[in-house]
Design a protein around this ligand. Sequence first.
Ligand code: TXA
Ligand code: MG
Length: 359
Amino acid sequence: MLRCGSLITKLRKIDVFNFDLNNEIFKEASEIFSKGGLVAFPTETVYGLGANALNEQAVKNIYKAKGRPSDNPLIVHIADKKDLEPLVREVPEKASIIIERFWPGSITLIFKKSDIIPSVISGGLDTVAIRLPKNEIARSLIAVAKCPIAAPSANSSGRPSPTLAEHVLEDLNGKIDMIIDGGACEVGLESTVLDITSEFPCILRPGAVTREMLEDAIGRVDIDKEIFSEVSDTDTPKSPGMKYTHYSPKANVTIFIGDKIKVAEKINNLVFEAEHKNVKACVIATEQTKSLYHSSNVLVVGDKEKPETIAANLFKTLRECDSINASEVFTESFSEDELGLAIMNRLKKASGYNICKVD
Ligand code: TXA
Ligand code: MG
């Protein structure tokens, strides 16, 4: 049975001071999983929309609730390293090293899939993406459910990923059974996706576990060329999710690259022009640059010296542009070093690769 989108979505708040009290919430969620239902839960990266990964119909319900294209495969989440083996055909040596060093954590590994993974999860591919999250709520939930949990980010397809329970509610209220509110996600960007099936592992989606960190553990790691270029609908990227429009607020987003003073001048002029035409514009800036702007709608995304603050706030800031009903968003760009590669990857996608170089 496919759902029609008129469920009552329960909201359950995690008690962070007395963790044992949350067991009732995990049991309630686990009942929902056993009936093929959907529960959104926090991870350290973003909120996930979970279902029992071994129940084909439940997995189909995820695609329906999100409005997600069926050829975009899902990540399977586990609670413990020992849960990996039944899901994959083999664990290459380099994968074992990465698991040892980075699991639990914000890296997803692509393996050859075993036969128990329904093909609806892998979008028809013979591989499967697996992740062991660090977040204690996520791991406790999966452990109580006693099954692997398929979970994409818990947003409507195309919208910025959710880093707060409120974001999930905004997108999926009435379409899913339950949301577990565990507060703000620490990292704020989705996990690194690493294909470990080839001789030289390849990053398909950059995240908080960076190329530098991986190369330190296993030597050469490639980065999929699609990360540096726009992917059109006709291309077939290795990670199917990379081809879709992503992370976008409703407004037009333009990224400005160049000297910070010249960028601010250019943005100030564009805001002035927009306001003259009664078009609401907002600016995304940092602690270091906010005072360069005249607009009354300056959103500070973080501290340039601390990229982790920008990562943690990026999706929330993109959603705030919608809350203030902006039609135009003018944003600064950030360094693409290390974690910056993931930050700029999401921002470029949010802009539809609308990038303006200021000389
Ligand atoms: O941090 C995260 O990874 C979050 C949390 C909830 O764990 N999940 C998440 O899932 O971001 P999702 O579905 O929004 O993104 C999964 C990405 C997509 O780009 C998808 O194409 C890719 O992983 N992917 C999944 N299975 C794959 C496979 N077998 N081969 C290549 N790419 C795969
Ligand atoms: Mg997603």
